[in-house]
Each structure stands twice: as structure tokens, then as C-alpha cells.
Design a protein around this ligand. Structure first.
Ligand code: ATP
Length: 304
């Protein structure tokens, strides 16, 4: 009989995993690639989150044996601080975030939250302590209210409105004739990239996690929308331990610490000003992006 139930158990697990938020991580964590071998350790206890002090201690990891991706990462993010992770494409930035959410187990070292190794706590408790604002938000073919409420089961209408206000999308919703009952998705209202991101921020506010992972969208938002979203994000980061995976350096200037990842190693770390003074990889990336911004602005002026 137990043989018979096993596939059902597996289905139940997949379903629960989806409910618990895999789906709202969108492109950052490819659902298809999500391994099923990560299981709760025998006797795993729920994570007890105090202030949310996160540490990576000599973390090693590779997706395939013999192909190391992260090669000894040490990070210390004091409670309430913001760490920005930057670096060339393929350096391992998103991998760090996936490990934090324990989509994979490490090949060496450990990650702790308030002193507890995340490999030894229940996955449910770990995932409910971490909120993710992904690059691309998956919306359901349902109402905008439902899409926000997805952040936390059982959220009431007042809480949904409060979250929408915190994410600066409430006015937009209230302008729609059906308000929170407006359907979105394929057969409903189409949301812009920035509006979708605000839905993700509202979901995260409802979840109210002590730890945040922000995966900055690579797709270009216009610079005004980007600046407005940036302001909203800075608001929700306050009082939470935050890891920002950044593609545009202009958004990390105020981080407490910036680490530059290259080929799976931290090659530079420090504040924005200190890293510019070092005149290394960060300074090179900064100068290149500044030049790109200038030529975009020149292009925009020429077009006027
Ligand atoms: P980007 O800025 O382009 O998003 P990144 O720094 O976030 O890059 P990661 O996505 O962490 O980089 O990838 C690091 C390395 O791991 C890359 O070489 C990538 O090809 C590899 N990789 C990522 N996901 C997988 C996977 N599921 N299986 C095998 N290799 C993977």
C-alpha cells in the first residue's frame, strides 16, 4: 500500500512547494530545474528567527559534480543590513540566492540564520522567513486582489489594501472600474513590467518576512519608473536583512556592503566609495555603466 501512496506524496509535495512560493519567484528559480533531493534533515526543527543575522561560511557549491560554481564564499550580513551582490554574468549571483532559499544543498561550508544552519531546519520555516522579489513576476489569470493576497494565505481585504499602498500600486488599482476585482493576465488587464514588480512587492509586504532577496530586473524599465520602484524597495528594506542581486550599479550605491563576485569568488568588497577608490573590477564596471548612461542620455537628447 505504501508503494501506492508514494506518487501521491510526491504530488502533494510538489503542490505544497508551489503554494509556498516557488511560483512567485518566476524566472529566478526555474521550476523545472528545481531538484527534489533537498529534504528536511531527520528531526529538523523550525527556524527560530531573531533579528535575521545571515552568514555564509566558506560556502562551496556546484550544480554538477566536478564543476564548482561557488568556491569558498564568506558573507556576514548583520540584522537589518543590506548586502548588494554584483559581478559579471555567470559569476554565481543568482546561485547564492537559490542556496539561501535551500533549493540545493551545499557541497561545503554552511549558511546560517541567527546561528542556525539552514540545512538543519524545516524548509517550510526557512521559506516563510524569506521574501523574494523576483526579476519577472508570475501573475495568475485572476483578480489583482487575488494576485496580491497570494503573498499570504488568509489575508483580509484591509491587509491587501495596505500592502498595495506600501507597494505604491493602490492608486493604480483604484483607478480601474472594478478596483481589486479587476482581472489581470491573458484575458484581463495587462500590467507593465513596473506594475508587475509592484504586485510582487505587495505580496512580499503581506508576507512580512524578516529577510529579503531582491533580484533586480534586467529588462529595462524607463528611468522614472525605475527610480520610483527603487524608492519603494528602499522603504521595504528598512528593518529587514536584505540581499540585492544587482545588475545596475546605480541601485547599490547605498548598500551597507557591496560584494563583487567573479567566477564564484568574492574578488572585492566594501562600500561604493571604497570600491571606487580600489580602482578594480567594480570601478571598471561603474565607469562602463556611467558611459552607457551618458550615451543613452545623448541619444535621448538627439532624438528630441
Ligand atoms: P546573471 O548575471 O547572468 O544572471 P549570475 O551571476 O546570476 O548571472 P548564476 O545564474 O548564478 O550567475 O550562474 C552561475 C553559473 O552556474 C553559470 O555558469 C551558469 O551557467 C551555471 N548554472 C546556473 N544554473 C544552473 C543549473 N540549474 N544547472 C547547471 N548550471 C547552472
Amino acid at each position: 500500500l505504501s508503494q501506492l501512496f508514494r506518487p501521491l506524496d510526491l504530488l502533494g509535495m510538489v503542490y505544497r512547494t508551489i503554494r509556498q512560493g516557488v511560483i512567485d519567484m518566476g524566472a529566478m528559480f526555474d521550476l523545472i530545474d528545481t531538484p527534489s533531493e533537498v529534504v528536511d534533515a531527520p528531526g529538523a526543527q523550525p527556524l527560530v528567527v531573531g533579528n535575521g543575522h545571515v552568514r555564509f561560511e566558506d560556502v562551496h557549491f556546484g550544480y554538477d559534480a566536478g564543476q564548482p560554481i561557488l568556491k569558498g564564499i564568506d558573507l556576514d550580513i548583520p540584522a537589518g543590513h543590506t548586502l548588494a551582490v554584483v559581478g559579471p554574468s555567470g559569476a554565481g549571483k543568482s546561485t547564492l540566492a537559490r542556496l539561501m532559499y535551500r533549493f540545493y544543498d551545499l557541497t561545503g561550508g554552511r549558511i546560517t540564520i541567527d546561528g542556525q544552519d539552514i540545512a538543519g531546519v524545516t524548509q517550510d520555516s526557512l521559506r516563510s522567513a524569506i521574501g523574494i522579489v523576483p526579476q519577472d513576476t508570475v501573475l495568475f489569470n485572476d483578480t489583482i486582489g487575488y494576485n496580491i493576497a497570494y503573498g499570504r494565505e488568509g489575508a483580509g481585504p484591509d491587509e491587501i489594501v495596505r500592502a498595495a499602498k506600501g507597494a505604491a500600486i493602490a492608486e493604480f488599482i483604484e483607478r480601474q472600474p472594478l478596483g481589486y476585482e479587476t482581472r489581470v493576465g491573458e484575458r484581463g488587464l495587462k500590467l507593465s513590467g513596473g506594475e508587475k514588480q509592484r504586485v510582487a512587492i505587495a505580496r512580499t509586504l503581506l508576507k512580512n518576512p524578516p529577510i529579503l532577496i531582491l533580484d533586480e530586473a534586467t529588462s529595462a524599465l524607463d528611468s522614472r519608473t525605475e527610480a520610483e520602484i527603487q524608492d519603494t524597495l528602499e522603504d521595504i528594506e528598512r528593518g529587514r536583512t536584505t540581499i540585492v542581486i544587482a545588475h545596475r550599479l546605480s541601485t547599490v550605491v547605498n548598500a551597507d556592503e557591496i560584494v563583487v563576485l567573479d567566477s564564484g569568488r568574492v574578488v572585492e568588497r566594501g562600500s561604493h566609495a571604497a570600491l571606487l577608490r580600489q580602482d578594480g573590477l567594480y570601478a571598471e564596471m561603474w565607469n562602463r555603466q556611467a558611459q552607457e548612461r551618458e550615451s543613452e542620455e545623448d541619444g535621448a537628447l538627439a532624438a528630441e
